[in-house]
Design a protein around this ligand. Sequence first.
Ligand code: ZN
Length: 345
Amino acid sequence: MSWNFQEIEDTVQQEAKYILDFQRLEAFRTKYLGRKGLLQEIYASLSNLPHDQRPLVGKNANDLRNNISIIIETKQKEIKSRQAQSPAADIDITIPGVAAPVGHQHILTQTIDEICGIFAGLGFVVQEGPEIETEFNNFTALNIPVDHPSRDAFDTFYLELPDPGHQGRYQLLRSHTSPAQIRVMQKNQPPLAVIVPGRVYRPDAADASHSFMFHQIEGLLVNEDVKFSELKGLLTVFCRRLFGEKTKMRFRPHFFPFTEPSAEVDISCYICDGKGCSVCRRKGWLEIMGCGMVHPKVFLAAGYPEGKYKGLAFGLGVERITMLKYGIEDIRLFFENDIRFLEQF
Ligand SMILES: [Zn+2]
């Protein structure tokens, strides 16, 4: 077999003109220099040639291999520099894109927004308070006596931060949103109506219904004349907007140090309509919040003149409301950050 090296060289030069990307370059290399490529074929044929022809054919084959190697090297540099100049040139714009996942508000944030939205529509202003509070605001000003069990270190996270205003006392992670009442009243004169959402902390062991951190929403309305009937009317409107117009309510007498009189509020179970089911534990009622008329001592602690104002206050747990509304049975689900749970809402 004889080889026309001139013709091969021409073909190689011709093909080289069309090498514009790495894919073609690799095909070109395989065709000539690969294990089953043309050069291997030429070298393999040497043994069948007459002895006197072998040196010339061998030299021609070596020249051809060198030329092809130079072409490959040059082309590699060309393609690289072209890609560096315009990276998009090598991107196949017809391939479908990868959509970036779009997040959404956490279910608890949605509930907070919904509740605050209802009260904002009733004229309340949304305010926030700090999560690190003084013992005075969290307990003393709210008429919670020094020997009250909630002041125990087992029930409150105390911080190693001295309370500047009250010697010998420490600051703490607020155990409820009620201290925000004190802050609001210290800064504002009535009439006022505020709604305060926020995180609160208690050293509870985590289980299906307890978490060391959870959310509350506090409401406070103060004016010269506020009646308990207004508290009832306000909360009735709120519960109907949140749970539906058919919702019935009942107020059960209760005790809170910072309100007098105080009550706990139940709504008729929106699942069984009061007949009794597993959600309401056969009672037909669901406990959803605490409320009452602001205790005169709280007004004094906030710096208001004695007997001048009256007020109503209420507080509710965001997790509890959300669990009731959506039939969620374990509070830990809110905080485990499991996307399979969160994306359902
Ligand atoms: Zn029920």
